[in-house]
Unconditional design. Structure first.
Lengths: 193, 99
């Protein structure tokens, strides 16, 4: 794992609660907002299970700590998207909160129903970008959620030990979290593979 | 953005000159491995600075470190990825200190 320069983190008093909201004007229309919200709720909860930080969705986009939207090409932040594949998304380090996904991608919740060869798993990318929002940079561990690349039609949503070690060094551990639960999850993943 | 489009770079190393390498240098600049170009660099020549960038890229992404545009490296370049820079970071893994 690694961090951004200066090791920025959300410097709130415990218990830390971060709000998130979706842009009303910059969304995709082929996945229902309800389904998108469910995916993000699951992605946020994975991080919340390992650190003493909770996440709450709110409606008021401008006042949210984390602001999520889908954007095409040059969208004004100096980091233009590049069309299908290439760059999928980006998010900014704490305490900026901007979380942008490339609207040109074929975002998918389920590869059984979406057959496109260039479909990208929304939940995997959401989980990765939340890591950036929290202060993690890219990892060189290929299995980690914070590894920078993700193949089309692949899924990587479960945090690995590298991800957990990194984020817990910033925020401490969730008192309810045990490494054995993570290992159990990794073992079941390996057997599944 | 396909493997086929990058085959001409396969196994290029220091001293090689391949058409389009300047665009590859822009990719490495985009993700933090090369500094912003002045008017004389970002040519199609695989120079020493580009070799350092390739080595840093291979190291950061856990690839075999060859300093060449080998098949593993090109496969990674054509893979979809996050747009956040790989190198504006510090403190990768654990630092060992002698006491």
């Amino acid at each position: 794992f690694s961090y951004f320069y200066g090791k920025p983190r959300w410097g709130r008093q415990a218990p830390v609660m971060l709000t998130y909201a979706f842009s009303q004007n910059n969304m995709i229309d082929y996945i229902s907002l309800n389904d998108i919200k469910k995916v993000f709720k699951r992605a946020f909860s994975r991080w919340a299970q390992v650190i003493p930080v909770s996440f709450k969705e709110i409606e008021d986009y401008p006042s949210a700590d984390i602001r999520i939207g889908f954007y095409y090409r040059d969208h004004g932040d100096g980091q233009p998207f590049d069309g299908v594949l290439g760059v999928l998304a980006h998010a900014f380090s704490p305490e900026n909160g901007r979380f942008h996904l490339d609207a040109s991608e074929t975002w998918a919740l389920d590869f059984e129903t979406v057959k496109s060869r260039v479909a990208v798993d929304l939940e995997s990318v959401a989980t990765h970008e939340i890591g950036h929002v929290l202060g993690l940079a890219h990892s060189s561990v290929k299995e980690a959620v914070m590894y920078p690349s993700l193949s089309p039609r692949s899924k990587k949503v479960d945090l690995k030990i590298d991800d957990v070690n990194g984020v817990q060094a910033l925020y401490g551990s969730n008192p309810n979290f045990t490494f054995s639960s993570l290992l159990a999850s990794e073992n079941s993943f390996n057997k599944g593979s | 953005t396909t493997w086929h489009g990058f085959t001409r770079f396969l196994d290029a190393g220091k001293g090689s000159q391949v058409s389009g390498m300047s665009e590859l240098k822009e990719y490495f600049n985009r993700f933090g491995y090369l500094p912003i170009p002045d008017e004389n660099n970002f040519t199609d020549i695989f120079d020493k600075q580009f070799e350092s960038a390739v080595i840093a890229y291979q190291t950061n992404l856990g690839l075999p470190v060859t300093g060449l545009l080998d098949s593993d490296t090109i496969s990674m370049i054509v893979s979809p990825r996050c747009g956040v820079s790989d190198t504006k970071t510090h403190g990768t893994t654990f630092q060992a200190t002698k006491h």
